[in-house]
Design a protein around this ligand. Structure first.
Ligand SMILES: NC(=O)C1=CN([C@@H]2O[C@H](COP(=O)(O)OP(=O)(O)OC[C@H]3O[C@@H](n4cnc5c(N)ncnc54)[C@H](O)[C@@H]3O)[C@@H](O)[C@H]2O)[C@@H](O)CC1
Ligand SMILES: [K+]
Length: 519
C-alpha cells in the first residue's frame, strides 16, 4: 500500500524539507518539470522525434505554473516548437515560478513571447491542433472553481491536442477530494504526472475518471512512513496474497464458522450469495440461518453450505451458544424492521465478529445512535452503499454530496473517517471509489478506476457477495479493517477476472482462479 497525501500534507512536507536545507524549492520544481518531461517521453514514444512537433503549455499563477515553464523549457531544448500561455500577471508569480518564467522568456534578442490564456482558443483556430497540451494551470493550490474562460481554454486545448497531460492534477479538480470545485468541467486527460505520492483526488469521485493514466514521479523528497492521518491506497499488484495462503495443517474449524442470516420465502437469494462468498473465501464452514418458512427454499439450493432454523432473536441466541460460530453476516435480504433490529442486537451481544449490510443498516435509519451504541468497540464492519450511508449518517452524506465551491473540499475519506469514529466500528462505504475507515482513524482507499476499472461490478447482488467476503475473512480471524480491505480488493479482482457479462453469482466462482494466481 502507498500513502495518499493531501495538498496540505505535501506543502508541509515540502516546506519542512526545504527548511532543513537539503534542497531548494527551485530544485524541486526543476525535478518536477523534468519528471513530467520524462513521463511524457515514456508514455508517448511516438513523440520521440521532436521535428515539427508543437506543444502548448498552459501555465497558472502559482507553482503548478512554474512546473509548466520548466516543461516548456525542456521541450524547447529537445527541439519542439512551444507556445506558452499564462493565466494572470507574470509579476505576481511566486518566486520559484517567477524564476522559471524569466528563464523561459529569456533576454535580449532571444526574448520569447508568453501569451495570455484568452489567446489560446484563437491560436488553436489559427494553427490547428498541437501534438501536445500541458495543463499547468492549477495543482494542489486550487481554492475555488475555474472561471468560464479558463474552462474554455482547457477544453478547447485538451479536445484539440493529440496528447494531453496534466501537471500534478487536472486543473479544476480538488486534489484532496477528487471533486470539481464549482461547476464540473468534466474533462479527461491522457496522462497526469504527480509528485512524491498520488493524491486522494486522483482516485476519489470525478478524479478517478479525469485521467487515463497516472504516473507518480520521485522528486527526492524523503518517504514518510504511514501515520494514522494518512489515507493508504490499496494498490499492491498482489495485495491479497496472504489471504490466498492457508496453513496446510489447518482443519475446517481452524478457519472459522460463518453464520449468514437469511430473509423469508422469496428473499433468500441475497443470503445464499453472501454464504457462498464466505465459503469460497475460506471460512471453514458456513451455515445459513433461515426462518422456518424459507427452509425448503434454501435447502434445495445448497450443498456444502449448511442450514439452521432461526425464527427469531431468541432462537439466534440458542444457535450462538455454539461458540464455534466466529463471524456473522446480517442484512442481505433480511427485511427492514423490528425483527431485523432484534436479530442484530442478539448478534452483537454474542461478542462475535459481525458484518452489517443492507437491511440491517436501513432498519436503524430512525435511530442510528441505538445501533452505534451496540457496535462501539466491537469487531464490526458496516458495509453501506451511498443510500444506506445517508440513512445512518445524513449530515455526513450531505457534506459529501454538496457542490464544493471552495477547496480543499470535504472528501469521501473525511466523511467515512468521521462515520467510523461516530459509530465506533469499521465502516466501508462502497462505490467505484471504496473508502474503508477504522474507528481509530486509519483509512484505506480502493478505486476501481483506470487499470483496475471493473464496470461490470455494478450488478444486482454484488454487494451481498462483498458482505460475504468480509464475513468469511473475519471468520478466518482477520481484524475488521484487514478483512474489509482484502474483501474489497478481491471483489474487484474477481470482476476483472470474469469481465463482461458478470452477474453476482460469478463473483464467488471467479475467486478460486484469482486466489490461485496470487500464490
Ligand atoms: N508541494 C510540493 O512538494 C511541490 C509542488 N510543486 C508544484 O506546486 C503546485 C502547488 O503550488 P501552489 O501552492 O502555488 O498552487 P497552484 O499552483 O495550484 O495555484 C495556487 C495559485 O492559484 C490561485 N488560485 C487558486 N484557485 C484559483 C482559481 N480557481 N482561480 C484563480 N486563481 C486561483 C491561488 O490564489 C494561488 O495564487 C503543485 O501542484 C505542484 O505542481 C512542484 O513544483 C514540486 C514540489
Ligand atoms: K494542473
Amino acid at each position: 500500500m502507498s500513502n495518499l497525501m493531501t495538498g496540505g500534507q505535501m506543502r508541509t512536507h515540502e516546506q519542512a524539507v526545504i527548511g532543513g536545507g537539503s534542497v531548494t524549492g527551485l530544485a524541486l520544481m526543476q525535478r518536477a518539470g523534468q519528471g513530467v518531461f520524462d513521463a511524457i517521453s515514456q508514455a508517448f514514444p511516438e513523440l520521440s522525434d521532436a521535428c515539427g512537433r508543437r506543444a502548448l503549455i498552459l501555465c497558472g499563477p502559482g507553482n503548478n505554473g512554474g512546473d509548466g515553464f520548466v516543461v516548456a523549457h525542456l521541450l524547447a531544448a529537445a527541439g519542439w516548437a512551444v507556445d506558452v500561455a499564462l493565466l494572470g500577471e507574470a509579476g505576481h508569480l511566486p518566486p520559484d515560478a517567477a524564476a522559471n518564467h524569466a528563464r523561459w522568456v529569456g533576454t535580449g534578442a532571444k526574448r520569447r513571447d508568453v501569451l495570455s490564456l484568452d489567446q489560446v482558443v484563437p491560436l488553436i483556430a489559427a494553427q490547428g491542433a498541437p501534438d501536445l497540451v500541458v495543463d499547468a494551470v492549477f495543482g494542489t493550490g486550487l481554492r475555488r472553481g475555474l472561471s468560464a474562460d479558463v474552462v474554455e481554454a482547457l477544453r478547447v486545448s485538451i479536445e484539440a491536442a493529440r496528447h494531453s497531460v496534466a501537471v500534478d492534477i487536472l486543473s479544476g479538480l480538488c486534489a484532496d477530494s477528487g471533486k470539481w470545485l464549482g461547476q464540473a468541467a468534466d474533462l479527461t486527460v491522457d496522462l497526469t504526472v504527480t509528485f512524491h505520492t498520488a493524491k486522494p483526488g486522483h482516485y476519489l469521485a470525478a478524479g478517478g475518471r479525469a485521467t487515463r493514466r497516472l504516473v507518480i514521479v520521485d522528486i527526492g523528497l524523503p518517504v514518510q512512513s504511514a501515520r494514522i492521518e494518512d489515507a493508504e491506497l490499496i494498490d499492491a499488484p498482489a495485495y491479497s496474497g496472504e489471504v490466498a495462503r492457508k496453513d496446510p495443517a489447518s482443519h475446517k474449524y481452524g478457519s472459522g464458522h460463518a453464520l449468514v442470516l437469511s430473509g423469508g420465502p422469496g428473499r433468500t437469494g441475497a443470503a445464499r450469495l453472501a454464504a457462498r462468498a464466505a465459503l469460497r473465501i475460506g471460512a471453514g464452514l458456513v451455515t445459513i440461518a433461515v426462518p422456518p418458512g424459507a427452509q425448503q427454499e434454501v435447502a434445495c439450493q445448497i450443498t456444502a453450505i449448511m442450514l439452521t432454523r432461526v425464527a427469531d432473536s431468541e432462537a439466534l441466541g440458542v444457535v450462538l451458544e455454539d461458540k464455534r460460530y466466529s463471524a456473522l453476516c446480517l442484512g442481505p435480504g433480511l427485511g427492514v424492521g423490528e425483527r431485523t433490529r432484534s436479530l442484530v442486537s442478539e448478534a452483537l451481544s454474542a461478542g462475535r465478529s459481525v458484518v452489517l449490510d443492507a437491511d440491517a443498516l436501513t432498519s436503524f435509519a430512525d435511530d442510528p445512535m441505538s445501533l452505534f451504541e451496540q457496535v462501539r468497540g466491537a469487531d464490526v464492519v458496516l458495509t453501506p452503499h451511498g443510500g444506506e450511508f445517508a440513512r445512518l449518517f445524513p449530515d455526513l452524506a450531505e457534506q459529501l454530496r454538496a457542490v464544493a465551491e471552495t477547496g480543499p473540499a470535504v472528501s469521501k475519506i473525511d466523511v467515512v473517517r468521521a462515520a467510523a469514529a461516530r459509530a465506533g466500528c469499521t465502516v466501508l462505504l462502497k462505490g467505484a471509489d471504496t473508502v474503508i475507515a477504522a474507528p481509530d482513524g486509519r483509512v484505506r482507499v480502493h478505486a476501481a478506476c483506470r487499470e483496475r476499472a471493473a464496470p461490470w461490478l455494478a450488478t444486482a447482488g454484488a454487494g451481498d457477495v462483498l458482505a460475504g467476503f468480509v464475513t468469511g475473512l473475519m471468520a478466518r480471524g482477520l481484524e475488521p479493517l484487514e478483512a474489509a480491505s482484502h474483501a474489497t480488493w478481491l471483489h474487484v479482482e474477481c470482476a476483472r477476472a470474469f469481465g463482461p457479462g458478470l452477474i453476482a453469482e460469478d463473483l464467488p466462482e471467479a475467486l478460486p482462479g484469482v486466489l490461485k494466481a496470487l500464490l
